[in-house]
Design a binder for this molecule. Structure first.
Ligand SMILES: Cc1cc2nc3c(=O)[nH]c(=O)nc-3n(C[C@H](O)[C@H](O)[C@H](O)COP(=O)(O)O)c2cc1C
Length: 366
């Protein structure tokens, strides 16, 4: 019996196991439209054994992208391209497929990390970013425009429009990106939200925009399909967003029907100091799970199957997300199942690879 490979249900969605492909930007789209790279990239993970494949941060408006090469879900072409990828994954793979909907806020209008990640210059197609307050991300970064009440309503509606497109494209699940210093997180943290109106000041008012976006998306997303949210549990900076506030927000969202909270950390402020170690964010997931009574995912430097199994079996989290571990081994779940002595379903076209058909090659099977 394995906890990691026990099936799970999120609302009406049945997942074959608790292994999740963590969202990872590919910086390979054109005008938000995904292409053959994304088809092969997500396709291979859908065939690889994970129970849930999540797209990269997929932005709800052009100005919500980090870079000009980021994926989006704000036009017919982007929707059609996403539908092709989801269609392949669901027709041939074993995973369910979710989309991570996001808005980069003040962290937008940059070069991809591989090209330095610096803000775009005027002649490089820069756009004016938007944020709760006109506080730049770092020295040398342009100040974002402070969002007006009508900007806030428009961005909420952009999330709703993207959710409708996600349904039309066939996605099984939506994850809202509320972490890593992007727009929703910028509303949560007092370091980036200096507003004194209905969306700033007290913790409850800083949480308001996230709750509004969640409720608006929930209202249009099919009742049997789940919605989760990724949150950063801490900014890792003095005076920033805290684990206690994360628990409070998770509790509120849980009361409003959210299906999971994925507990990550950091990304808001360049002064962050992160104590990296295998599973370093799992204690935050355990805190949110115990404090808010909500289903959680954890992520961060998890690669050893026994470690992943222990985190779920010990009740620290319900799901394990792997990012780089999956890039290194797209069949991580196959190999983890073998290491844990579990038989899992393979995609029909790859069934011949199953270890049980070639036991003499797998030492533990004798
Ligand atoms: C290339 C790359 C791109 C990423 N892009 C995203 C993203 O689009 N959305 C997100 O929430 N996290 C993103 N992340 C963070 C990962 O989802 C994950 O949380 C992080 O890499 C830690 O997990 P790992 O140690 O298993 O890789 C990215 C990470 C990498 C390495």
């Amino acid at each position: 019996m394995s906890a990691l490979f026990a099936p799970a249900e999120l609302r009406g969605l049945r997942l074959p196991n608790r292994v999740v492909l963590s969202p990872m930007c590919q910086y390979a789209a054109t005008d938000g439209v995904m292409n053959d790279w994304h088809l092969v990239h997500y396709g291979k993970f859908a065939l690889g054994g994970a129970g849930l494949v999540l797209t990269e941060m997929t932005d709800v408006a052009p100005e919500g992208r980090i870079t000009p090469a980021c994926a989006g879900l704000y036009g017919d072409a982007a929707q059609a391209a996403a539908a092709r990828i989801v269609g392949f994954c669901k027709a041939w793979g074993t995973a369910r497929v979710g989309v991570q909907l996001a808005h980069a806020g003040r962290k937008g209008s940059t070069h991809p990390p591989a090209r330095g990640g610096r803000p775009l210059a005027a002649g490089e197609g820069a756009w004016t970013t938007i944020a709760p307050s006109a506080v730049p991300y770092d020295d040398g970064w342009p100040a974002p425009a402070e969002a007006t009440a009508s900007d806030i309503a428009r961005i909420r509606d952009d999330f709703v429009a993207a959710a409708r497109r996600a349904e039309a494209a066939g996605f099984d699940l939506i994850e809202l990106h509320g972490g890593h210093g992007y727009l929703l997180h910028q509303f949560l943290s007092p370091l980036t939200n200096r507003r004194s109106d209905a969306w700033g000041g007290t913790p409850a008012r800083r949480m308001r925009f996230v709750i509004e976006v969640y409720e608006a998306v929930r209202a249009v997303w099919p009742a049997d399909r789940p919605i989760g949210i990724r949150l950063s549990a801490t900014d890792w900076v003095e005076g920033g967003w805290t684990p206690e506030e994360t628990v409070a927000l998770a509790r509120t969202l849980k009361d409003l029907g959210i299906d999971y909270v994925d507990v990550s950390s950091g990304g808001l402020h360049p002064a962050q100091k992160i104590p990296l170690a295998p599973g370093y964010q799992a204690p935050f997931a355990a805190k949110v799970r115990a404090g808010a009574g909500v289903t959680t995912m954890t992520v961060g430097l998890i690669a050893d199957p026994r470690h992943a199994e222990r985190l779920v079996a010990d009740g620290q989290t319900d799901f394990i997300k792997l990012g780089r571990g999956h890039l290194y081994d797209p069949h991580w779940a196959w190999h983890a199942a073998e290491a844990l002595g579990v038989e899992i379903a393979y995609p029909p076209k790859l069934g011949a690879a199953q270890p049980k058909l070639r036991p003499m090659l797998f030492p533990a099977r004798g």
